[in-house]
Design a protein around this ligand. Structure first.
Ligand code: PEP
Ligand code: MG
Length: 908
């Protein structure tokens, strides 16, 4: 035997021995009961068996050595404290045996009450309970307690089917002609105890255990085992609670809220967990036990009623609540019981709350001097802020979803269904709200997406075109709702046997991914109104807006990371600026080549000679210049990173099949199809099996002479003209999809010549940098940095190429299985994969800065607005994150939180 094994582990803690810091060992409930005990609050005496004991039991299937003896010792002190013995026939001590893990898992694990009752002690309990004089009431109480023990013990400890007990209870009530448990008298309940014992025997082949200690041991074992009950496992998976924590077990002296009208039980919050408003919130039920409140058998009354029923207990409770809030410096929720006018605290914890309440309460606690602004910032998060920024459905009526897809861009939208971009634009122009429904979207749907209230697709994941563009616009989108069969030519979709045609109204929830038929009413977000500048926090009586303002202002003073936005229109740029963006980190130029410019692009691609190509480029130049002027003007004084054109070439050309059919039909009719034939040949030539890995990004610029040059000229000319008009343009030209420094050098050499020529002595400075979005670029960052004035990580492509996951397909296709298997806990397209993709970012940042000290580093993939990823980018030392306009406030908040959580410096 090793030395270690000879030292007996401490597996049991008296409430007086623990404290709230010991949640890992004592679970949340046990740690907080200990904390309250040490505060001198009225907690029934008891002890906690540690999670260590549970883990040891689950690992070996047997109680660890020493546990039984330690339980005996603590039970003895408990008996001494109460002046009673467990199950004593004259005056029994009864205990509850309750689970309590580190993280709350409501209702997932087991509890057994009234342990210690048996055929003899039930009589003693009755005798003690009748001290007030009501013998019939006392008998009833004792037998009711006993039948509850057999029921709970049978179900929990011995897996007797719970319905059998319920049916037996129903039979007794039926025989008595009453639907109400309270109408049953002691004789009825004694009969029920007999019936329950028979059920117990039938299923277990043994009598209901009469030994109190055996009851206790078996109940403790059952609580240990409930950690691995199927529902607990599912809950943990969903809530991302680690599977190896185990549960603690709390053994607590029973106190009874069902001893008559001067007894009762209740729950309370120290503030409103929905709105955060100060006040007393809670429910009370006289003459009842906690489980009756949960079961909803009788209606509770508002807690304030207790003042009338039992002023002394009410005042004491209020005093305790104030004390707990002061002590925990946060909203607490509480369970309590009053036994014959004596108040007992059964549980407390820092209470769950809505997103709005989280901000309001954090602000209030600062006002009250309980916490400082750093702590307030720590107590809210970007996911809560994001929730507050989207309009919400008022689901107070019964609305059943007809399909569920991926919540791709949050918000709530209702409108008439349309299936084409053109129809969306038409109806929107008539003032209608529309929902654009497609199998999937492509850049040609852009006008329709702008016109629509929301976008619904039956294919694609969170980084599909629909999702990314919708998020960029702050527009609601549900993608990958594959129960929906979309038929665009017939302008209809079918879901669950129902057909929805153009003009029918649907509602989509981009947070939950749910789709509803009909119109669900929507409420706008006041937090967005505040960010937009239409609500002044200093002059309105809105606690939420004031709290958000205050905490955001603090986040801004704390954060080191700058926050930019991804925007490619003047309107988006302006909105993002109002939301606090400090520049544009990614202006994608591809959409500037669509719509009515498509014909020019076709001419460019199909040019038979230099003259034709130059003509097309010359026609595009002023259009591009105007695009950039608009954006530079909106971002006056702030940096604007313009990315040279990126998408696969085929996106500019008509679909191959359709074109082939058109040409064949026209030929049949004997029409002149020379132009179409040339187009068809070009489309065939450019067809790629794998366009995402094909001719795009810098490759396109190197293959089509003059294309990048035209864009560089347009950028430089726009910067000069904006500067001449009195504003300040700070352009940064970014080359996409670079994998080798030579690609960048070639583009840069040409670009610098043009810039020098255009800029002259205007004072405009143009930086040239690159995206790092191909793994090879990350791995050769030291070389690439020699030619780049900045790096911006394109984590969408970097994730796609590091994992080999097609970003448009995999999320909807099979990620559910990967999540189920725990291969990852969240899509790597949503939150940065720190170990893999994150490592590439780290390597590139370090090697890039080693080669070029002070190299400016940013990120412009979707991860730039993801809360957890923002913390990672802070850690890695990037200079800024860039994200869609609506996520700018989230990124600001999280960048501030990253500083306070790492105890970092507060200067930028
Ligand atoms: C990226 O790949 O992360 C990126 C920002 O570029 P895009 O999404 O346009 O490919
Ligand atoms: Mg990219």
């Amino acid at each position: 035997m090793s030395v270690q094994e000879t030292v007996e582990h401490k597996y049991v803690y008296d409430f007086a021995e623990g404290n709230r810091e010991l949640k890992d060992l004592l679970g949340g409930k046990g740690a907080n009961l200990a904390e309250m005990t040490n505060l001198g609050l009225p907690v029934p005496p008891g002890f906690t068996i540690t999670t260590e004991a549970c883990k040891a039991y689950l690992a070996t299937g047997a109680e660890p050595d020493g546990l039984a003896g330690q339980i005996a010792t603590h039970l003895a002190s408990l008996e001494q404290a109460m002046g009673k013995r467990l199950g004593d026939p004259e005056d029994p001590l009864l205990v509850s045996v309750r689970s309590g893990a580190k993280f709350s898992m409501p209702g997932m694990m087991e509890t057994v009450l009234n342990v210690g009752l048996n055929d003899r002690s039930v009589v003693g309990l009755s005798a003690q309970a009748s001290a007030g004089g009501d013998q019939a009431g006392a008998d009833r109480f004792a037998w009711d307690s006993y039948r509850r023990l057999i029921q709970m013990f049978g179900k929990t400890v011995c897996e007797v089917p719970g319905e059998e007990f319920e049916h037996a209870l129903d039979d007794v009530k039926r025989a008595k002609g009453t639907p109400n448990d309270l109408d049953l008298d002691a004789d009825d309940l004694r009969g029920l105890v007999d019936a329950y014992k028979k059920i117990f025997f039938k299923h277990t082949g043994r009598e209901f255990p009469q030994s109190p200690r055996e009851q206790l041991d078996l109940a403790i074992r059952a609580v240990f085992e409930s950690w691995n009950a199927e529902r607990a496992i599912l809950y943990r998976r969903q809530e991302r609670i680690p599977a190896d924590l185990g549960t603690a077990v709390n053994v607590v002296a029973m106190v009874f809220g069902n001893l008559g009208p001067d007894s009762g039980t209740g729950v309370a919050f120290t503030r409103d967990p929905a709105s955060g408003a100060q006040g007393i919130y809670g429910d009370y039920l006289a003459n009842a036990q906690g489980e009756d409140v949960v079961a909803g058998i009788r209606n509770t009354v508002p807690l304030q009623e207790l003042e009338r029923l039992d002023k002394k207990s009410y005042d004491e409770l209020l005093g305790i609540m104030a004390r707990l809030e002061g002590h925990y410096q946060d909203l607490c929720d509480i369970e309590f019981t009053i036994e014959r006018g004596k108040l007992w605290m059964l549980q407390t914890r820092v209470g769950k709350r809505t997103a709005a309440a989280a901000f309001v309460i954090a602000g209030q606690l600062v006002d009250e001097g309980l916490i400082d602004l750093d702590e307030a910032l720590h107590r809210v998060n970007g996911a809560q802020l994001a929730q507050l920024m989207f309009p919400r459905f008022r689901l107070d009526h019964e609305f059943q979803p007809v399909a569920k897809g991926i919540g791709a861009s949050p918000g709530a939208a209702s409108g008439k269904v349309v299936f084409t971009s053109a129809r969306a634009v038409e109806l929107a122009a008539e003032g209608e709200s529309v929902i654009l429904v497609r199998r999937e979207t492509n850049p040609d749907d852009l006008n329709g997406m702008i016109a629509a209230q929301g976008i619904l697709t039956s294919r694609g994941g969170k980084t599909s075109h629909a999702a990314v563009v919708a998020r960029g616009m702050g527009k609601t989108c549900v993608s990958g709702a594959d129960e929906i069969e979309v038929n665009v030519p017939q302008r209809r979709f079918v879901v669950g046997g129902q057909t929805v045609v153009e003009g029918d109204v649907v509602s989509i929830d981009g947070t939950t991914g749910k789709v509803y038929l009909g119109e669900v009413p929507v409420m706008p977000s006041e937090v967005v109104q505040y960010f937009e500048g239409s609500l002044d926090p200093e002059h309105i009586d809105n606690a939420l807006v004031r709290a958000v303002h205050r905490i955001m202002t603090h986040a801004d003073t704390r954060r080191r990371l700058a926050v930019r936005t991804n925007a490619d229109t003047g309107a988006d740029a302006a909105r993002a600026r109002r939301f606090g963006a400090e520049g544009i980190g990614l202006c994608r130029t591809e959409h500037m080549f669509l719509g009515d410019r498509r014909e020019l692009v076709e001419r460019l691609i199909l040019a038979r000679d230099n003259a034709e190509r130059d003509a097309a480029l010359a026609a595009l130049l002023p259009l591009q210049r105007a695009d950039f002027e608009e954006i530079f003007r909106e971002m006056d004084g702030l940096p604007v990173t313009v990315r040279l054109i990126d998408p696969p070439l085929h996106e500019f050309l008509p679909p191959l099949e359709q074109l082939a059919v058109n040409v064949a039909v026209a030929q049949e009719r004997g029409e002149d199809v020379a132009q179409e034939e040339a187009l068809l040949a070009a489309v065939r030539r450019m067809h790629e099996e794998n366009p995402m890995l094909g001719l795009r990004g810098v490759r396109l610029g190197l293959v089509i002479p003059g294309l990048f040059a035209m864009q560089v000229r347009a950028i430089a000319e726009a910067a000069v003209s904006v500067t001449r008009s009195g504003a300040v343009a700070k352009p940064e030209i970014m080359v996409p999809l670079v994998g080798a420094v030579q690609e960048l050098e070639t583009v840069r050499a040409e670009a610098e010549k043009i810039i020098a020529e255009v800029v002259g002595d205007s004072g405009v400075e143009v930086l040239i940098g690159t995206m790092i979005e191909v793994p090879r670029a990350a791995l050769t960052a030291g070389q690439i940095a020699e030619a780049a004035q900045f790096f911006s990580f394109g984590t969408n492509d970097l994730t796609q190429m590091a994992w080999g996951f097609s970003r448009d397909d995999v999320e909807g296709a099979f990620f559910w299985r990967y999540l189920e298997l725990g291969i990852f806990g969240i899509s790597p397209f949503e939150s940065i994969d720190r170990d893999g993709v994150g490592r590439l970012v780290r390597i590139a940042a370090e090697e890039g800065r080693a080669a070029r000290p002070g190299l400016k580093l940013g990120v412009c993939g979707e991860h730039g607005g993801d809360p957890d990823s923002v913390h990672f980018f802070h850690e890695v030392g990037l200079d800024y994150v860039s994200c869609s306009p609506f996520r700018v406030p989230v990124a600001r908040l999280e960048a501030g939180r990253a500083v306070v959580e790492t105890g970092g410096s507060d200067s930028r």
